[in-house]
Ligand binder design. Sequence first.
Ligand SMILES: NC(=O)c1ccc[n+]([C@@H]2O[C@H](COP(=O)([O-])OP(=O)(O)OC[C@H]3O[C@@H](n4cnc5c(N)ncnc54)[C@H](O)[C@@H]3O)[C@@H](O)[C@H]2O)c1
Length: 440
Amino acid sequence: MHIAMVGSGYVGLVSGACLADFGHTVSCIDTDEKKIEALKAGKMPIYEPGLQELVANNVRQQRLSFSTDLTAAVSGAQAVFIAVGTPSRRGDGHADLTFVYQAARAIAAGLNGFTVVVTKSTVPVGTGDEVERIIREARPDAEFAVVSNPEFLREGAAIDDFKRPDRIVVGVNDERAEAVMKEVYRPLYLNQAPFVITSRRTSELTKYAANAFLATKITFINEIADLCEQVGANVQDVARGIGLDKRIGSKFLHAGPGYGGSCFPKDTQALIKTAQDFGAPIRIVETVSAVNDQRKRAMARKVFAALGGSVRGKTIAVLGLTFKPNTDDMRDSPAISIITALQDGGAQINAFDPEGMDQARHVLDNLTYYYDPYSCCDKADALVIVTEWDAFRALDLDRIKSLLTAPILVDLRNIYEPAELERRDFIYAGVGRGTAPVKS
Ligand SMILES: NC(=O)c1ccc[n+]([C@@H]2O[C@H](COP(=O)([O-])OP(=O)(O)OC[C@H]3O[C@@H](n4cnc5c(N)ncnc54)[C@H](O)[C@@H]3O)[C@@H](O)[C@H]2O)c1
């Protein structure tokens, strides 16, 4: 099958490369000429484990190519995916659909024979109807169907998630298009990955419901963590105690500095707006979003407290900048709010991240970057771990202690054991592992 992937970012590039690996011929399109030139030269615009090899292999087999020529790619394709960005619209938090509609207009011009136009971008309910209207208006003669097929991959594990998904959701109102979608995902269909075939609107909403639910789960355990600190309980044990209940499940119960990234913050906002517009506000998600926004900056207070109340004139070493490990994505990373709050408090920041420093330079000012955890800690007054990269899980603590001016470690991901750190005479603060006396 010939497939065009419109948008070659995280989702488009990974999806395109994986679909090529399934045996399809995929043309990845982008309006960003530099990105396409780099991809043609074998340079990945993002860091994602395994992506470079997957792309190189499929380019070599001539199943994967890159271009800015959307019309040519669309005219030869049986399925055209839209995988462009849908950021938060400035001012009101609705999803900004400018790129999706631009893509739809451009696709309309290239349609040739029956084509399935698949929205993979995360889009609000009703966007498929609008994409269909745009194409129909531009090309009343075209034979096409618009399908919703939201993507659930996680950055950092994107290839595995795409190739071994928990489920594939397809929102389709056309039998021919359903058959095309089954052909697109044939290897997964044969492997009996669950297919949820539903209406287009249901599929669009399913993606937002999934992300809002996960954001809620994270926020729930974060608030339980705050309570643990007050009552002298341990959130990791609480999480294990509830997570073993199959109705709850153990994933997404890690207390930390709040969720960030390119999806949860904007998708919860967009769902809130849609729900309000339709007169069915989802108050629980409104609260989740508000609680999470406050939480990120509030994490800086843990650092203030560990340093006796003030960070003015202090140098803080920060390990981990990206919103999670194994990506270079800095979009809405908690590190941004935490570092800004520390700078507002008068601290100098030393920083190290294994992959995120190039991106961090675009969103954070006045940081001193280092190229390994130890030089980052040299003469700093405290160490803060913000992102749980594997490289930070087994630091040489004695060496860290000898480099810091004071043995202070604020571990916002709970990757170290308090008892061990105390044994080594560190002043240690985690999240939700309280030792405070019970209040009567
Ligand atoms: N990043 C994730 O983990 C993830 C996961 C699931 C779903 N999503 C959703 O997938 C969509 C894409 O996200 P992303 O992270 O890949 O975004 P991204 O910003 O990394 O990539 C989007 C790409 O689309 C290109 N583009 C914009 N307009 C275009 C047009 N008219 N024609 C061709 N190319 C165009 C941009 O240049 C950019 O390269 C979003 O709706 C997002 O919410 C993202």
